[in-house]
Write a protein that binds this ligand. Structure first.
Ligand code: PRP
Ligand code: MG
Length: 166
C-alpha cells in the first residue's frame, strides 16, 4: 500500500515557507491506518513492550491507536499544565522560546511514538522525560521523518520511520 500517496502536502502552513505533511487521509481510511500502525511497529518485538507513549497532540492519535490495536497501555506526554500533579517536567529550547513537556512517573518498557520527526527537539525531550520518569524506552517510532539521513539516532540506530522525506 502506498501510504505516501495518501499524505496531503500543504504549502505555506502553518507559516509561509513550511510544507505541511497532512496525514488526515491515512487516518480516514481504515485499511491505510491499519497498515500505517503495523509498519510503525514492524521492527519491534511487541512482547518486549508494556505500553506506548505518545506526545501531545498528534502523537496521541497514533499512540492511542497503536495501544488499542496491539493490546498495550497508552501513556501521554503532555504540554505543560494539562496533567494533574504529581508530574515530571522537562523544558527544552525551541527555535524561538521554550516548551515544557510533562508526564506521570511510572515503570515499564515503552515504545515512544510521534507523528513527525523534524528537528528532533520534541522526541529528544520526550525521550529524556520518559527516562527521568522511570520508564525504559525500548525504541522510538514515527510515521513521517522529514529529515531523512540527517535524522536523530536512538542508541546508535536510526529512529524507525515509515515514510521518509529528504
Ligand atoms: C509537531 C509534530 C511533532 C513535532 C516535530 O508537533 O507533531 O510532535 O512538531 O517537530 P520537531 O522534531 O522539530 O520537534 P507540534 O507541537 O508542532 O504540534 P501538535 O501539537 O499538533 O502535535
Ligand atoms: Mg506534535
Amino acid at each position: 500500500m502506498d501510504l505516501q500517496a495518501l499524505v496531503r502536502n500543504v504549502p505555506d502552513f502553518p507559516i509561509p515557507g513550511v510544507l505541511f505533511r497532512d496525514i488526515s487521509p491515512i487516518l480516514e481510511a481504515p485499511a491505510a491506518l491499519n497498515h500505517a500502525l503495523e509498519q510503525m511497529v514492524s521492527h519491534v518485538d511487541l512482547d518486549a513492550i508494556d505500553a506506548f507513549v505518545g506526545v501531545e497532540a498528534r502523537g496521541f492519535i497514533l499512540g492511542a491507536a497503536l495501544a488499542a490495536r496491539f493490546g498495550k497501555g497508552f501513556i501521554p506526554v503532555r504540554k505543560a499544565g494539562k496533567l494533574p500533579p504529581p508530574v515530571q517536567s522537562l523544558s527544552y529550547e525551541l527555535e524561538y522560546g521554550k516548551a515544557t513537556l510533562e508526564m506521570r512517573a511510572g515503570r515499564g518498557r515503552i515504545l515512544l511514538v510521534d507523528d513527525v520527526l523534524a528537528t528532533g527537539g520534541t522526541l529528544t525531550a520526550a525521550l529524556t522525560l520518559c527516562e527521568r520518569s522511570g520508564y525504559e524506552v525500548v525504541d522510538i517510532a514515527v510515521l513521517i521523518n522529514l529529515v531523512g539521513l540527517h535524522a536523530l539516532t536512538f542508541r546508535g540506530k536510526a529512529i524507525h520511520s515509515v515514510l521518509v522525506y529528504d
